[in-house]
Write a protein that binds this ligand. Structure first.
Ligand code: SME
Length: 155
């Protein structure tokens, strides 16, 4: 299967779960599992905005940092700049937070509620330059179509 075909399969699965579940945490948990298993990523998970910090939410993969300040690391920068950030080589990203030395590249996609970031989807790879415009397109589709509408339940 091509990357596009994997994402198309995954989108249908995410839609089915989103249609059936209104609880944001339960939905994030299954979305993390669906993305992680289908795409075979190294770490896939969510951080929720709680006050002035991002707090670790549902994820798949090794243990991770639990709290990230506004503007810190790739996740905190995505929150601050309200945009998806793709990092080909995390060692070249100033301020990258290394939860593990195994992580080499990363993508972070913000989740919005009325133009405010309420959570981020963070995915890490053990290989350099894993994420491209295809990942950005499909992951933004997932967050926009299926997670943002449940965003009042993410808090
Ligand atoms: N590397 C992230 C921190 C989260 S972990 O990768 C799971 C960052 O710089 O924000």
């Amino acid at each position: 299967m091509t990357k596009e075909e994997k994402y198309e399969t995954l989108l249908a699965q995410v839609k089915a779960f989103a249609d059936a579940e209104n609880d944001g945490i339960a939905l994030m948990a299954n979305v993390a599992a669906i993305i992680h298993e289908t795409m075979d990523f190294w770490w896939t998970g969510f951080y929720r905005v709680v006050g002035q910090e991002l707090v670790l939410g549902p994820f798949q993969g090794p243990v991770a940092c639990t709290r990230i300040a506004f503007g810190r690391g790739v996740c905190g920068t995505s929150w601050k700049e309200k945009r998806t950030i793709v990092v080909d080589d995390v060692e070249q990203f100033k301020g990258h937070i290394a939860c593990s030395s195994a992580s080499k590249s990363e993508i972070v996609v913000p989740i919005f509620s009325n133009d405010e970031v309420v959570a981020v989807l963070d995915i890490d790879s053990e290989k350099l330059a894993t994420f491209d415009d295809t990942d950005k397109k499909y992951l933004e589709k997932i967050t926009t179509l299926y997670l943002s509408p449940k965003s009042t339940f993410l808090r």
